[in-house]
Design a protein around this ligand. Structure first.
Ligand SMILES: Cc1cc2nc3c(=O)[nH]c(=O)nc-3n(C[C@H](O)[C@H](O)[C@H](O)COP(=O)(O)OP(=O)(O)OC[C@H]3O[C@@H](n4cnc5c(N)ncnc54)[C@H](O)[C@@H]3O)c2cc1C
Length: 433
């Protein structure tokens, strides 16, 4: 792994093998933000605005090697004119960087914007640093990463969905001789030339990929429910109603639906063109996958070389499994609370942003702000001598912390305190995220 640049970063010199903390020690901070996409950057901006110094009072860990969140991995034909909309991050309009560039690939323009944003606000994201597991350690969280451990009082989780592609189970999937692919794997339509592609899904991505692939080869479009097209404009009122629906679900501890999935499919010029070409002929879901393709309940079959699952993503939360945040029943969701439903009801020191109602660029923005302010308030309440901005009596808070953990020791080269590793391993209660 390439060590992080130290040019502008004299106080974060990676050790051997790019480690940020030596084995057996943890870098101590107040808040760890996990993920440096839209949601994580928004939260970080608001933490900094509240007076917290990056890499001292809070740290942003991002698994990707470069800025851009999941946008850097989107397929090449997704341009600024074919995305839904990229909302501005707080304090720096996207249009300042991408004015009139509708033809530019989203995977180029958005990462460029995020990189400039991180620089402009000195957010000093640590990357690539992948969080493996988070567990409780007394009144703190232990954040295990592939480059060492961190110890934090609060967490803002902003890990998005890109790393958790969802493919529903259908009988026979394992005996299929063709290729199973997911939206995440898509690059160009030319890769499918000469093959018959069964495209599964009724979302915006399914439509876009169907539109492109059907220009170079034959396709069959399959959806669980008939697709819902939105003929009228999608105004603010409709957007708020869609978000409220998802928010109600997560407040009740139900698994979130994506906001986009409840907004309906916009009838764009591309959709009109597909209608005209006759490729929008939708089939109901097949019941079985065969060696050669797919089969419906009435016995009819279609050959497939590729089944392309445009069936969405789940929240990427596996690393939080030891915290047991999910409801212990069949619903298996996380009960959320707080102004914008970013706070975990059973663990107020954890906020999930870019989750549930905030899985859009605008939602992620708002969630980042709410999470930063609510988390600072609850941390200040837990330690009243500290101000929200972390400008409280530093020595006193560290003394208190040392009293809680006698193994703490300071390491002068780093802006954190290293805490000794637990001697007994914490038990992981299954991987339910
Ligand atoms: C194909 C597609 C198109 C979309 N188009 C739009 C659109 O046009 N407009 C819109 O508003 N929304 C769109 N969305 C929704 C979009 O995902 C969100 O709007 C937003 O970009 C997500 O931001 P995020 O910060 O929550 O997640 P991400 O951008 O996914 O960022 C998460 C970050 O967390 C990091 N990470 C993940 N796991 C770990 C870990 N364990 N440790 C450390 N770091 C980790 C990742 O490396 C990544 O950098 C689209 C989604 C998809 C899938």
């Amino acid at each position: 792994m390439a060590p992080a640049s130290t040019d502008d970063d004299p106080d974060m010199t990676p050790g051997p093998a790019g480690r940020l903390a030596p084995p057996g020690a943890a870098l101590k901070t107040d808040i760890v933000v996990i993920g440096g996409g839209q949601a994580g950057l928004s939260a970080a901006y608001h933490l900094k605005q509240a007076g917290l110094v990056p890499r001292k009072k809070f740290v942003i860990l991002d698994a990707a090697a470069a800025p851009g969140g999941a946008w850097q991995f989107r397929w090449p034909s997704l341009t600024l004119s074919t995305v839904n909309r990229i909302h501005d991050l707080p304090g720096l309009p996207f249009s300042d960087m991408a004015s009139g560039e509708t033809h530019v690939q989203a995977r180029v323009a958005v990462p460029r914007y995020f990189a400039a944003y991180e620089q402009a606000f000195g957010l000093r994201v640590l990357r690539p640093v992948k969080v493996i597991l988070v567990s409780r350690r007394g009144d703190r969280f232990r954040v295990e990463t592939d480059r060492g451990e961190f110890s934090a009082r609060g967490l803002i989780n902003a890990t998005g969905t890109w790393d958790a592609p969802y493919i529903p189970e259908y009988p026979g999937a394992e005996r299929f001789q063709g290729q199973h692919l997911h939206t995440r794997d898509y690059r160009t339509p030319q890769a499918f030339a000469g093959q018959h592609v069964v495209i599964v899904g009724a979302g915006i991505s399914a439509l876009q990929l169907l539109g492109e692939i059907s220009k170079v080869t034959t396709t069959t479009w399959v959806t669980r429910q008939p697709p819902v097209f939105r003929e009228g404009p999608f105004d603010d009122q409709a957007a708020r109603a869609a978000v409220a629906l998802v928010e109600d679900r997560v407040r009740a501890g139900l698994s979130p639906q994506s906001v986009v999935s409840v907004t309906g499919l916009p009838v764009t010029p591309a959709v009109e063109e597909m209608r005209a070409r006759g490729v929008l002929s939708r089939h109901p879901m097949f019941t079985e996958i065969t060696e050669d393709g797919v089969r419906w309940a009435n016995g009819s079959e279609v050959h497939a070389d590729v089944i392309l699952w445009c069936t969405g993503f789940r929240s990427s939360l596996d690393h939080l499994a030891p915290l047991m945040l999910r409801r212990p029943d069949a619903e298996d969701g996380i009960v959320m609370t707080g102004r914008l439903a970013t706070q975990v009801a059973s663990e107020p020191r954890i906020h999930l942003v870019g989750y549930g109602p905030s899985t859009s660029t605008i939602g992620a923005n708002r969630a980042g702000r709410a999470a930063a302010s609510e988390l600072l308030t609850s941390l200040a309440a837990a330690r009243p001598h500290m101000t929200c901005g972390g400008r409280g009596k530093r020595g006193r808070s560290e003394t208190t912390s040392k009293q809680r953990n006698r193994n703490d020791r300071r390491v002068s080269a780093l802006p954190f305190t290293h805490t000794a590793k637990a001697t007994s391993k914490e038990t992981h209660h299954g991987n339910r995220h």
